[in-house]
Ligand binder design. Sequence first.
Ligand code: NAP
Length: 291
Amino acid sequence: MSAVLLSGKELARTIKQKAHQEARDLEADGFHPSLAVVVATDDGSTHWYVRSIERAAEGTGISCRIVDLGPDATAQILVSVLQDLSEDSSIHGIILQTPLPPGVAADKLVGHITPEKDVDGANPSSLGRLAVGLPSFAPATARAVIEILDHFDIPLAGRNVVVIGRSAVVGKPLSLLLLERDAAVTVCHSRSGPLERYTRSADVVVVAAGRTGLLNGTHLSSGAVVIDVGTNVLPDGSLVGDVDEDSVRGVAAALTPVPGGVGSVTTSLLLLHTTEAARERSRALVRGSAG
Ligand code: NAP
């Protein structure tokens, strides 16, 4: 068996075109959608990812403002920047990139992103709303996994799905989205014991751990679908996922590549979420002026 590669490129393009169309419609209504990305690190993979958001925004009519505070930014500076952006009427979406400087905890900061502009679902209230099925922005990466599975007609209802990783940005929100789709979900982490105990009976495995080569062919049963969320920058500057591609290709039915898989869909969804946030803002203004 040789796994089919589930490229995210075509889907990313389709979502981006939708965001572009939305931006055109907003522009016609006098609204210019704009995304702010706050960065405070010199971590290579983070800057690679931020550049990919910037590149994706080019030509879509959505502005992307990178607010690079450098690796020495304090929590106080970050809070003040997030509050200013939350109040800035020219900004519709805000993303806070991790990692943050040593000693600065993301969970103390994300509550300062106003939920209306929380296009990457980082504010705890967004995750809470997701948990109880209320409208909110899901983290773009978690939504990207679902969009890819849907795009390739991979069924979820009643299927055994294993998610490796339990972070608030990927693993946890993804497990909620999968439950919404009636999958039977198991979440693994660094203390859950041998992966194969769970993954061998999985129809779909999503790996989001940030560990090169964590998942290999011996972990899987024949015909599993593997979604690789991991992004790891190797010393030579190349980007790889969490999957040992060579061994997984011989066992899995399908596998997302890195790069060109989940990441490209994620960046397009961030743009789409930004236009959705701008559309909500324009509606609120119309309601306000009507009332
Ligand atoms: P994170 O906060 O570091 O969380 C990693 C998770 O993986 C944790 O829950 C950790 O378990 C688990 N883990 C680590 N080692 C493990 C092991 N040996 N076995 C099983 N589980 C293990 O990372 P994250 O922010 O969720 O990101 C995960 C990966 O996705 C990273 O490579 C990141 O760069 C990538 N990412 C990609 C995109 C994209 O768009 N493609 C977006 C976001 C993130 P514990 O909880 O027990 O520590």
